[in-house]
Design a protein around this ligand. Structure first.
Ligand SMILES: Nc1nc2c(ncn2[C@@H]2O[C@H](COP(=O)(O)OP(=O)(O)OP(=O)(O)O)[C@@H](O)[C@H]2O)c(=O)[nH]1
Ligand SMILES: [Mg+2]
Length: 473
């Protein structure tokens, strides 16, 4: 069985050495920041820093201007910001050096700190210390990382909400209900003489309420991932319909080769685009056509694989060629579960408006559930229509109230479904009037919920989570 340990004093003591790391990315910049944290870390400041005004004592939340002098050489003029124990990010006495953002200066500061026997922090070690010192719980720590990594407005918003502890509050609510129920049951286990008065129905409905709450969060997981990890959409269609032209336009980059030769794109390409705040990974694929060329056959196979794997398809038809039987077959072969936007492209080439309208009419009859737009990817006609249809496609199956906290993290989702399983089992045991086993399952559910926020978490899980963080965080 997995060993579950509570945060112990020993665990905390182990981390009381002084660590440092640069907190800003490498490369030339106006300012670079080096963070230092650890018990009594201020005592080393005077070993390399000469403040302009001599200070007998450093105080918390002050910024000191001065120079870094080492081996009688001035390294840089810097600002040192101080944070006292209990009032810093890590909870430890810490300080930050803001120097000029030159690689040479930063590496000299690193050398100085190493020579003073400080240790370079491991990835996520600052956050890990903050967690171990109860400055934040695990979901908050994880959301810091999500915030740093978020590439879209929506994903940043979710991370900020979780950072402010909204998810923790909701999980705590579920925990309190479970713990309350467990206490009631334990009282009855301890005083069995009152068994006759036990209200099994009341407990059963309480368990059902908790399961409903968990279900609510689990449902949001799908949508949560949708925001955090970018959703994927595949541009597909016959050769020469303008897929790569649209792809390049959306990426705002000449990434794919465009030519009027059929079968130009041989393998798929991808890139991330931003549609009204939604991060979308978009794929350009090889055109679908019959061929004897083994490379093209492989390319077509890859296109079909991508179509099968992904739920959002942008299918392009060339208005100059018109809707062909192949187009019709390709569209029919796209699974019913997919969200499809049919794009009639190259409308600039077709002056026969009536022909396009007829095409549109026929498509609407045959593919009722699909969105259809007409545009020119090359001449940028019909872009508003395209954008709003694409956005509809992204959002329509994902209606959710904005203020609800979303589960975006697989670890949280797994633990929640584990807790749900325990609750279902506890209800079964309650039906069989086996109170000891009911209580056992409720305690297991509580352990799982506690693991989400990190109250009860094994060391290796903590280490795994924090080691995925970046250095300096
Ligand atoms: N007039 C016009 N030409 C277009 C439009 N879109 C694409 N084209 C042209 O159509 C030709 C094929 O475009 P691509 O984007 O390479 O087509 P594709 O679907 O990627 O083709 P394959 O890679 O062969 O499958 C190029 O010459 C483009 O310039 C459009 O909206 N209007
Ligand atoms: Mg192409």
């Amino acid at each position: 069985m997995k060993e579950i340990v509570k945060k112990s004093k020993d665990q905390k003591d182990y981390y009381e050495d002084i660590i440092f790391a640069r907190a800003t990315p490498p490369g030339a910049s106006a300012i670079a920041v080096v963070r230092v944290s650890g018990k009594n870390s201020w005592r080393i400041i005077n070993k390399f820093f000469k403040p302009l005004k001599i200070n007998k004592h450093y105080e918390s939340h002050k910024i000191y201007y001065g120079s870094i002098d080492f081996d009688d050489q001035i390294v840089d003029n810097v600002l040192v910001s101080t944070f006292a124990e209990g009032r810093s990010f890590t909870g430890e006495e810490s300080f930050e050096i803001s120097c000029h953002g030159s690689e040479v200066i930063v590496s000299m500061i690193v050398k100085i700190l190493l020579s003073l026997n400080l240790r370079i922090a491991e990835p996520g070690e600052f956050s890990k210390r903050a967690f171990l010192n109860n400055k934040m719980d695990l979901t908050e720590a994880e959301s810091i990382m999500d915030l740093i990594n978020s590439s879209t407005r929506q994903s940043a918003l979710i991370a900020v909400k979780q950072l402010t502890g909204r998810l923790t509050n909701q999980i705590n609510n579920i925990k309190e209900r479970t713990a309350g129920l467990l206490t009631e049951i334990e009282v009855d286990i301890d005083y069995p003489e009152e068994e006759l008065s036990i209200d099994y129905d009341k407990w059963t409905s309480k368990i059902a309420e908790i399961i409903d709450l968990i279900d609510f969060f689990l449902k949001s997981f799908k949508r949560g991932r949708f925001y955090r990890e970018s959703i994927e959409a595949v541009i597909a269609g016959r050769t020469n319909s303008g897929k790569s032209t649209l792809f390049n336009f959306l990426l705002n980059e000449d990434k794919a080769i465009v030519s009027d030769i059929h079968g130009t794109t041989r393998d798929y390409l991808d890139g991330i685009i931003n549609i009204s705040g939604y991060g979308v990974r978009i794929y350009d694929t090889a055109g679908l056509r019959q061929s004897n060329d083994p490379i093209e056959i492989e390319g077509t196979k890859r296109s079909l694989d991508l179509i099968n794997k992904n739920s959002i398809i942008l299918y392009i038809i060339s208005a100059s060629d018109g809707m062909t039987e192949d187009d019709w077959n390709n569209l029919k072969n796209i699974g019913q579960d997919k969200k499809v936007l049919i794009i009639i492209n190259k409308i600039d080439l077709n002056n026969d408006i009536k022909k396009i309208e007829n095409m549109l009419f026929d498509l609407k009859l045959d593919f009722k559930n699909y969105h259809i737009v007409k545009m020119s990817a090359l001449n940028k006609i019909g872009l508003d229509d395209f954008n709003s249809s694409f956005l509809k496609l992204l959002t329509e199956s994902e209606i959710f109230e904005n203020d609800d906290p979303l589960i975006t993290n697989e670890r949280h989702a797994l633990l929640l479904s584990g807790a749900k399983k325990n609750l279902i089992r506890s209800r079964e045991k309650l039906d069989e009037k086996l109170l000891d086993l009911t209580a056992f399952e409720l305690r297991e559910a509580l352990n799982r919920l506690g693991e989400i926020t990190g109250e009860i978490t094994s060391d290796d899980i903590i280490n795994r989570i924090f080691s995925s963080f970046c250095i300096g965080k």
